[in-house]
Design a protein around this ligand. Structure first.
Ligand code: URA
Length: 226
C-alpha cells in the first residue's frame, strides 16, 4: 500500500456507528494506541464509544478523547478536565442525572442526549490530523444517522462544527463557526460553542456563563418543540 493510501484509508461504507476496538484506519493513532496499551494495560486504550441513549433529541460532539481522561476511562469527557464543566452543565440543564465522579461506573446518566467525539481515538497532543478526522467521519455520520429523534447538535469547538457539517454533506463556507452561533441544518439545529477545554477556560476564552448560555438556548429550543 502506498504511503498516501495508508494515511487516507477510507473505511468501507456503510460503517457501524462505533469503530471496532482495533480500528485500523489511522496508522498514527494505531501506533499511539499500541504504545499506551503496552505502557498502561489497565486503561481503555481503544476508540471511545458514544455515551447516552439513542432516542435522545440532543447530540453533543467533542473533539477527541483526552489521553488520561476518556482514553483511560472509556467514556467521553470522563477523567478529563473538560468533563467537569461539561457534565455539571448537562446536569444543570436537565440533560444528565446522577452524580459525576469522573469514573465510567459512576451514577451519571445522560437524559435526552448523547455524547460523542469527532475523532474516537486519542490523538497525540490532542491534535488529530485532517486525514484522521476524515477517516473517522463516517462513524460520526453513522452516529447522527442512528438517532431517530435528533433535533439539536452542540458542536464543542470549530473542529466538531466542521465535522458535523461535513457529515451532513454541507458546505463549510455556508456556516461560520462562532461561539453562540445557531445554524439550521434541515430538521436539526446546530449550536456552536467554544470547546470546554482547560486551555479555553483557563485563558478566559470560555467562561462558565458563556457555556451555560449555549445550553440554555438548546434547552429553550427543545422545550419549544414540546
Ligand atoms: N474528552 C473527550 O472525550 N472529548 C474531548 O473533546 C475532550 C476531552
Amino acid at each position: 500500500m502506498s504511503a498516501l493510501r495508508a494515511a487516507v484509508f477510507e473505511p468501507p461504507a456503510p460503517v457501524e456507528a462505533e469503530p471496532e476496538r482495533d480500528c485500523p484506519f489511522c496508522p498514527r493513532l494505531v501506533a499511539f494506541r499500541e504504545h499506551w496499551r503496552a505502557a498502561e494495560p489497565d486503561w481503555h486504550n481503544a476508540p471511545v464509544p458514544s455515551f447516552g441513549p439513542v432516542d435522545g433529541r440532543l447530540l453533543i460532539v467533542g473533539l477527541a478523547p483526552g489521553l488520561r481522561g476518556a482514553n483511560r476511562t472509556g467514556r467521553p469527557f470522563t477523567g478529563d478536565y473538560a468533563g467537569e464543566l461539561l457534565y455539571s452543565t448537562l446536569i444543570k440543564f436537565g440533560f444528565a442525572t446522577g452524580v459525576f465522579e469522573a469514573r465510567s461506573d459512576d451514577s451519571l446518566k445522560l437524559a435526552d442526549s448523547r455524547l460523542t467525539n469527532a475523532v474516537r481515538c486519542v490523538p497525540p497532543e490532542n491534535k488529530p490530523t485532517t486525514d484522521e478526522m476524515r477517516n473517522c467521519r463516517p462513524f460520526l455520520a453513522a452516529t447522527i444517522g442512528l438517532l431517530p429523534s435528533l433535533s439539536a447538535i452542540v458542536a464543542l469547538g470549530k473542529i466538531a462544527h466542521d465535522q458535523v457539517l461535513a457529515a451532513h454533506g454541507e458546505k463549510l463556507s455556508r456556516y461560520k463557526f462562532a461561539h453562540g452561533a445557531v445554524h439550521r441544518l434541515g430538521e436539526v439545529v446546530l449550536f456552536d460553542s467554544y470547546h470546554c477545554s482547560r486551555y479555553n477556560t483557563n485563558t478566559g476564552v470560555l467562561t462558565t456563563p458563556m457555556f451555560h448560555a449555549v445550553f440554555a438556548k438548546v434547552r429553550a429550543h427543545l422545550d419549544s418543540l414540546g
